[in-house]
Design a protein around this ligand. Structure first.
Ligand code: TMP
Length: 218
């Protein structure tokens, strides 16, 4: 189906989020998704969280800066949701309404995994905020790139100085990973878990298959 047809029908676009601990290869796999959508002539936007709008990108900088004053867990959670509120209102929702697809590099599952699983905040609090901030604007498909923490950490060690969150201890990322895998078990229809501890070409073959299936079903 041609791009124009899809947009003219004004069917809500598909919302795809990509999740995983640091170093699992989100960026290269997002490029693979973009390529698939382009060849299917589907209009889409790529955004990321925290970030995606000028103010939300400023919040991202604050959250990542390791030289900041200490940021309490609750403040961190609220900053993530402030940024999310901007991204949903100003980028994601308008795009979906106009029929465009969204590829979002992280969304609320990151808050569940990092602030809930990693920091130990109550999942109920995260879910309440999610309801309040974005109601029924939720991903249709969530791709969880999964790899052992050591693998991810080794990959990011080449990127230079770790940011504030990347500087957390191994145990933190183990809790984040475990929480992601539990979320995926709880919502098997929305989540697809991909073993990211393989050659990128193999991972991307899986990604292409999933995206093609999503295109065919829409
Ligand atoms: P990244 O997009 O480069 O991975 O950086 C985003 C960082 O922010 C990453 O360490 C995960 C973290 N994060 C949270 O802790 N909670 C959230 O809700 C989001 C969106 C990201």
């Amino acid at each position: 189906m041609k791009n124009g047809n899809r947009v003219n029908k004004l069917k809500r676009g598909q919302f795809i989020s990509i999740e995983g601990i640091e170093g699992v290869g989100k960026s290269s796999n997002i490029s693979a998704i973009a390529k698939c959508l382009k060849s299917a002539e589907i209009e889409f936007l790529i955004t990321r969280e925290p970030g995606g709008t000028p103010v939300a990108e400023n919040i991202r900088t604050l959250l990542k800066d390791r030289n900041n004053e200490s940021i309490p867990e609750v403040a961190e959670l609220l900053m993530m949701f402030s940024a999310r509120s901007l991204n949903v209102r100003n980028v994601i929702l308008p795009a979906l309404k106009s029929g465009k697809w969204i590829i979002c590099d992280r969304f609320t599952d990151s808050s569940r995994a990092y602030q809930g699983g990693g920091r130990g905040l109550s999942m109920e609090m995260v879910d309440d905020l999610a309801n309040w901030v974005h109601g029924d604007v939720n991903p249709d498909l969530t791709i969880l790139l999964d790899a052992p923490v050591d693998v991810g950490m080794t990959r990011i060690s080449d990127r230079g100085q770790p940011d504030r969150i990347e500087s957390e201890k191994h145990g933190f990322f183990e809790r984040v990973r475990e929480c992601y895998l539990n979320l995926a078990k709880r919502e098997p229809k929305r989540f697809v878990v991909i073993d990211a501890n393989r050659d990128l070409s193999e991972v991307q073959d899986d990604i292409r298959e999933i995206i093609q299936r999503t295109i065919d079903n829409n």
